[in-house]
Design a protein. Structure first.
Length: 115
């Protein structure tokens, strides 16, 4: 069974940076593209960013382009999300998964940005 464990979220002030991490287990991590998603209370989970199997290709939702950077370390079965210049509207619970959500969802990590 594939499991994911997100971490790195916390309370930060506007303009600060965070790096989220997500460790995958139970899967050949290097064989899959992986992605980050976010969900606000009472809303559906939405796509944030994805990175290809090789790490050479990335894509982002328009609202985070030039602000967030996704990367991966296959030696650690880990995907990262570097979040810069954080704003209150970036507040959400962040999740990792395959871009199509084919794995079980983890608990997510809460990012809260205050002004």
């Amino acid at each position: 069974q594939v499991r994911v464990a997100e971490s790195g979220g916390r309370l930060v002030q506007t303009g600060e940076s965070l790096r989220l991490s997500c460790v995958f287990s139970g899967v050949i991590f290097s064989a899959y593209a992986v992605a980050w998603f976010r969900r606000a209370p009472g809303k559906e989970r939405v796509f944030v960013a994805a990175v290809s199997r090789s790490g050479g290709g990335t894509r982002y939702t328009d609202s985070v382009k030039d602000q967030f950077t996704i990367s991966r370390d296959d030696s650690k079965n880990t995907v990262y999300l570097q979040m810069n210049s954080l704003k209150p509207e970036d507040t959400d619970v962040y999740y990792c998964n395959h871009p199509e959500g084919m794995f079980s969802w983890g608990q997510g990590t809460q990012v809260t940005v205050y002004s």
